[in-house]
Design a protein around this ligand. Structure first.
Ligand code: GTP
Ligand code: MG
Length: 446
């Protein structure tokens, strides 16, 4: 018999209310031990909140709470579940938790509720992963992608691919079982075509991994340029508060400064860097080296130049990253003649003009990197991508084998491997280790 588990589902710290969740076969029994109805007697009517007290073994009252019973399989985990809303003090919450443990529950491991939900068939692995994505989402777009995955949109696409491979496999294996029936060239042609379509479809999903990475981790955007150009002013303008020190002394910013910003729904890791110039000063020199490293690693560089003074040549510094655009700053002071032929966004970071154009350019860059942050928002993660890539490899092998007239037995092996790889995405394959890895990153109580 599976243990009955318990955990505090709300975040640590003090608040108005804390939520404690119990899941497992003994949930109702444990609730009856620790809960005493205030007016009416405790009933286990599902989904009805009851007001009462949590009591210890000596019948002392510990807290006034609301308790709700969910009868399996109609619960998050698919098992009988009890949710207790108690007062949100740390000691109160811990005391209620201890009483529940004394009554027979075990403290849940991180992600164990979601793991049970998966094991009980309430959701597939992509949906379980989406729970964590939703919790960690920092922008509306990331939230929409997580919700779409939680609703099973990615899982459906993967199931579709699985069924297609299964269909092809069934054909190929029929020929193995009945070798006297020669495969007609048309049938082979059709299978080759279907395999080609699948390879293409999987390729599109793999391409969306870039979009997934941006939504989960943020687009790495470096703000770089010569000293005093207004880089830190731009950083602060995007963040909406004075995060970085701004001054008219060239060389103000030394270390790199990273903050998360929400730019039109796209999570962006903004990094302000030291102004790049030849210096003797050791610390500033170190800052310049760090700036160069960030420029190299960034998804996109905003090259900020002071447009009110003669142009500073920066080509040498951004040659390591072709993904950049120029911000011609301080246009409130007028634009120097040397900028006339330079393509760039005119802005005044101090007066906060041109910021919308800069934001649009960042969004446009994202669009060009990944097919669409549009309606059909999928956010394949690196685990999905690895499975998709290995599946695609096997499908290409199977296709080549058919083209070259290699025996069906080999094609069948390739197709089975392809099937196993896509199966791992939704978790229908034998994936005990994988489960540990995925749910281990969850919070306790989820
Ligand atoms: N007039 C005007 N001044 C600006 C503008 N943007 C920044 N400044 C000023 O320019 C000076 C330098 O700004 P910073 O943001 O510190 O420049 P930085 O590029 O971060 O400089 P370093 O950290 O030294 O590399 C400050 O005095 C700002 O107030 C602007 O759009 N217009
Ligand atoms: Mg600065």
């Amino acid at each position: 018999m599976e243990d009955t588990i318990v955990a505090i589902a709300s975040p640590p710290g003090q608040g108005a209310v804390s939520l404690i969740r119990i899941s497992g076969i003994e949930s109702a029994k444990i609730a009856k031990i620790v809960f005493k109805g205030n007016k009416s007697k405790l009933t286990m009517t599902p989904r009805v909140q009851q007001f009462g007290s949590i009591i210890n073994s000596k019948k002392d009252k510990l807290d006034s709470v609301l308790m709700t019973f969910f009868q399996g399989p109609d619960s998050y985990t698919g098992e009988d579940t009890v949710e207790i809303s108690c007062h949100g003090g740390m000691l109160v919450t811990q005391t209620v938790l201890d009483v529940i443990i004394d009554a027979g529950a075990r403290l849940a491991e991180p992600g164990e509720f979601s793991k049970r939900s998966f094991l009980n068939g309430k959701m597939d692995l992509t949906q379980a992963e989406a729970v964590m994505d939703l919790i960690s989402a920092r922008t509306s777009l990331a939230m929409r992608a997580a919700n779409s995955q939680l609703d099973g949109r990615l899982g459906e696409q993967i199931e579709g691919i699985k069924n297609d491979i299964l269909g092809i496999l069934a054909h190929v294996e029929a020929y193995i079982d009945f070798p006297e029936e020669d495969i007609s060239p048309e049938a082979i042609e059709t299978i080759i075509e279907r395999l080609g379509d699948l390879v293409e479809l999987i390729g599109r999903l793999i391409d969306s991994a870039e979009q997934g990475r941006i939504l989960r981790e943020g687009l790495l955007v470096a703000i770089a340029g010569p000293p005093n150009a207004g880089k830190s002013t731009l950083m602060n303008a995007f963040l909406g508060y004075d995060r970085a020190i701004v001054s008219d002394i060239a060389g103000t910013t030394r270390d790199t400064i990273e903050e998360m910003a929400n730019i039109k729904g796209i999570p962006v890791r903004l990094i302000d860097t030291a102004g790049i110039r030849e210096v003797d000063d050791y610390i500033e020199g170190e800052g310049v080296d760090r700036a160069k490293k960030v420029i190299e690693a960034a998804d996109l560089v905003l090259l900020v130049l002071d447009g009110s003074v003669p142009i500073v040549e920066m080509n040498d510094f951004i040659q390591n990253n072709s993904n950049y655009f120029v911000v011609i700053n301080k246009n409130d002071l007028g634009i120097h003649d040397s900028f006339r032929s330079l393509d760039g966004i005119h802005a005044s970071c101090e007066k906060e003009t041109g910021l919308d154009e800069i934001a649009d350019a960042i969004v446009e860059h994202c669009m060009s990197k990944s097919e669409a942050f549009g309606d059909d928002l999928v956010a394949v993660n690196s685990r999905h991508r690895a499975c998709l890539e290995s599946s695609r490899k096997e499908l290409i092998k199977a296709k080549d084998a058919l083209v070259n007239g290699i025996e069906s037995e080999f094609v069948s092996v390739d197709l089975r491997c392809a099937l196993e790889s896509v199966g791992e995405i939704v978790g229908k394959a034998d994936v005990e280790d994988l489960l540990g890895e995925i749910f281990g990153s969850f919070c306790i109580g989820k």
